[in-house]
Structures are given as structure tokens and as C-alpha cells.
Ligand binder design. Structure first.
Ligand code: PLP
Length: 426
């Protein structure tokens, strides 16, 4: 089947033809890509068209597609059985690697997705504090569990859905939403109501309203106000974990949360999530404590082996500085091209993640992200696709680079970005 036939068939099977909303390309138009295969920095669709991939499965594939060592670990482990519903060696080794890399992770629990990690950490925080209210930031996305699907970024921002249908009012009532990077609003809320808050959850570098770096003062305030009020601080590092450094972004910013959420990279492209943190809190989880949380496939050995093989490779010296360097060069080239072409473009970048906002204003929170020209973005996205660049199909997502995006790929990509910008302007 070709891509068009595949998508048509999928529309008769799945809502919107997809298994996750952004993949339907509603925000940018055109048929969604239907992928046949990926290799390194490239993917090929069912029509045989090859793209330089900046989606990278929305973040997990920091080593690029089909990394040979990750594949070898998967096949080797799978040859001895796919799932046991019991403790296994790869699970212990990945747990050890992750907890060694992130100092605040005294205990960790593996789950199957970032959504599960966030949902479970919230239950734990409520049990630990005996409180129900939580604080999140507008444009922050922490998966699709009810309590966190309030003014959520990612697909929520793309489709302008403030809160999903089907989420009970009572649940939303306990979720307080503040603007990201607004230290004053944060302090003010905790001054008034801090003693009722179970947890504050945030992405240390926002990635789901597009990339928005934090003010360091804001992150420090998040730590202070939660500590002062007996609320827990949950760092959602599902994107940033092992993306910006070997470990978590919290270490880069000197922010010490009580609980941390992980996913994406620690699964090496397989479905994995995790939550962890202070031992006294994690001891509340069953079977040690009264907070129930379980999973038939949690700690799946094949997924654990993929994550472990990924982490082993990420320990290479200078790997993160090289990734950063490639991303910096690409961002500079794109920025220069946009200026020469005369398009308003703000590039927000942290390490190897970035977003191109079509805006003449600095983007520091959801409101300024939403000031972007989404019509221009969708034109640009189509032109980029015509040039053989696969970009996230929404203004409010991050582009990622992998270790396979080497000098040659980056230089080819920069030329394609330039042509796409020129055609967008025309
Ligand atoms: N947290 C963050 C910061 C995310 O970006 C995502 C997904 O993109 C999630 C949580 C949810 O993870 P998953 O899609 O694996 O459920």
C-alpha cells in the first residue's frame, strides 16, 4: 500500500486515522506520513520518500533510528523470552543505571509510559501529603490522565482544547493552573493557598508549548514555595531526562525535586516510563506502603534492555556537547535564513531540542507561544516536508536532534530549511 491508501484505510479503523492525535496532521494539513522504516537520522514513508527526521518519535530516539547496539540488546533479550511478570536482570540493571545518574532518585518504579508515571506520582503525592490540590503550568503536558489534562500543552495546545471532554469538574477543580515562568504568580498562590497543595508539577524545560527554557529564579521559587508549604515538587523529565545531559535537567539547574518523572529516552524507543525520588516518599508505594500501583508489562525485560543499551552509549564523553554544537549550528543557520528571507522567527533552544516559533516576540510561556502565526507555521511545515524534512506537525512541539545528525546531515538539513523558508515567504 502507498501512504494515501494506508491513511485512508487507517481512517476506517482508528479515530482520525491515528493512535495519537498530533499524528493526524490536522494542525498543518496534508496527509499524515505513514512510515515504512527508519535508519539513523532518516525515515522513509510508504511511497519511498526519504526525510531527515527531527521528530525522532517525539524525543526518545537520541541515538537515531535502529541503532545497532540497541537492536542487538533487544534481539538478544527477546530470544530468552518477552515477558515474565517477574523481576528480571535488565530491569535491575536499568534501574541501577538511572538511579546512579540522577542523585535525587533514591528509589524508582518502572511503568509503561510518561502518562502512567505522572498519574502514579500524583496519587503518591496526594497520599504522602494527605492533600488533594495540585498546581501545574499552562502549556505543561504531563500525559493524559484526568487531573493533568487541564490547559495542557502538546496536542491540547495544538487543538485549542483547554480541558478534555470527559474529565469530571470535580477533578479539574483540584488542579490549579499558573503561567509558566511567572515567579510572582507562583509565590502569590502559595502565599494564599500553599498549605492545601499536595504537589507542584513542572517541566524543568518546557517542551510541550514548544521549547520554553525556564528562568532559573522561577525554578528556585518552585523549590522554595513547595518546601515552605509541605507540598511536593515533581519534576517532569519525560522529555528532558537524558536529553540535555547524562541524567536529568534538574541537575543542570541545581533544582532538587522530591519526585522525578522519566520516559522516552530511558526506553530507547520502547514503551517505558518511570517515577522515583525520595525514599521516605517512595516507601508509600505497594507492596511497602498503602499506595497501589501495578503493571502487567512494567519493567518489561526487552524494553529495559533497549533503555540500558541506550544509556550505555550515552555515557560516551563529549556526546552531549557534540549534540549541542550540531543543534546550535543548525539553529543559527535557520535563524540567518529566516532573517534574510524576512520571516519573523524566534528559535527557542536548549541543547538538542528546539522550536521555531513564527513570531516577532520572545516566547517565555504559553500566551507568548500562542502569539505565533500558526498559519505561517503550517505553510512552512508543508514546504519543509516537500524539501524532505520531517518536523513535528504542530507549532507547539519540539524538534529533536540525534547523534546520527552529524555534520553532513546538519548541513544538508540547513540547506533544506533555507529553501523551505524561501518558499514559505514566496
Ligand atoms: N510528560 C511530558 C513532559 C511529555 O512530553 C509527555 C509526552 O510527550 C508525557 C509526560 C507523557 O508521556 P507518554 O506520551 O509516554 O504517556
Amino acid at each position: 500500500m502507498n501512504s494515501e491508501e494506508g491513511y485512508k484505510k487507517a481512517c476506517g479503523i482508528f479515530p482520525g486515522g491515528v493512535s495519537s492525535p498530533v499524528r493526524a496532521y490536522k494542525a498543518v494539513g496534508g496527509h499524515p506520513v505513514v512510515i515504512r522504516k527508519g535508519s539513523g537520522a532518516y525515515v522513509t514513508d510508504l511511497d519511498g520518500r526519504e526525510y531527515i527526521d527531527f521528530v525522532l518519535s517525539f524525543g526518545p530516539l537520541i541515538l537515531g533510528h535502529a541503532d545497532p547496539d540497541v537492536l542487538a540488546a533487544i534481539t538478544d533479550t527477546a530470544s530468552r523470552g518477552l515477558s515474565f511478570g517477574a523481576l528480571s536482570e535488565p530491569e535491575i540493571l536499568l534501574g541501577e543505571a538511572v538511579t546512579r545518574a540522577i542523585p535525587g532518585l533514591e528509589r524508582i518504579r518502572f511503568v509503561n509510559s510518561g502518562t502512567e508515571a505522572a498519574m502514579s506520582a500524583l496519587r503518591l503525592a496526594r497520599a504522602f501529603t494527605g492533600r488533594t490540590r495540585i498546581v501545574k503550568f499552562a502549556g505543561g503536558y504531563h500525559g493524559h490522565s484526568d487531573a493533568l489534562l487541564v490547559k495542557a500543552g502538546s496536542g491540547g495546545a495544538t487543538f485549542g482544547i483547554p480541558t478534555s471532554a470527559g474529565v469530571p469538574d470535580a477533578v479539574v477543580h483540584d488542579t490549579i493552573v499558573l503561567p509558566y515562568n511567572d515567579t510572582e504568580a507562583l509565590r502569590d498562590l502559595f502565599r494564599r493557598e500553599g498549605k492545601t497543595v499536595a504537589a507542584l508539577i513542572l517541566e524543568p524545560v518546557a517542551g510541550n508549548m514548544g521549547v520554553v527554557p525556564p528562568d532559573e529564579e522561577f525554578l528556585m521559587a518552585a523549590r522554595d514555595v513547595t518546601q515552605e508549604n509541605g507540598a511536593l515538587l515533581i519534576a517532569d523529565e519525560v522529555i528532558t531526562g537524558f536529553r540535555l545531559t547524562y541524567g536529568a535537567a534538574q541537575v543542570l539547574f541545581g533544582m532538587e525535586p522530591d519526585l522525578t518523572l522519566l520516559g522516552k529516552i530511558i526506553g530507547g524507543g520502547m514503551p517505558v516510563g518511570a517515577y522515583g525520588g525520595r525514599e521516605d516518599i517512595m516507601r508509600m508505594i505497594a507492596p511497602e506502603g498503602p499506595v497501589y500501583q501495578a503493571g502487567t508489562l512494567s519493567g518489561n525485560p526487552v524494553a529495559m534492555a533497549a533503555g540500558l543499551a541506550t544509556l550505555v552509549k550515552l555515557r560516551t564523553p563529549a556526546l552531549y556537547s557534540l549534540l549541542e554544537e550540531k543543534a546550535r549550528i543548525l539553529a543559527e543557520e535557520i535563524s540567518r535564513a529566516a532573517q534574510q528571507v524576512g520571516l519573523p522567527l524566534q528559535i527557542n533552544r536548549m541543547g538538542s531540542m528546539m522550536t521555531l516559533f513564527f513570531s516577532d516576540r520572545k516566547v517565555t510561556d504559553l500566551a507568548s507561544a500562542e502569539h505565533s502565526d500558526v498559519r505561517l507555521f503550517s505553510l512552512f511545515h508543508q514546504e519543509a516536508r516537500n524539501e524532505g524534512l520531517l518536523l513535528p506537525p504542530s507549532q507547539f512541539e519540539a524538534l529533536f536532534l540525534s547523534t546520527c545528525h552529524d555534520d553532513r546531515v546538519v548541513s544538508e538539513a540547513a540547506a533544506r530549511f533555507r529553501r523551505a523558508l524561501e518558499k514559505t515567504r514566496a
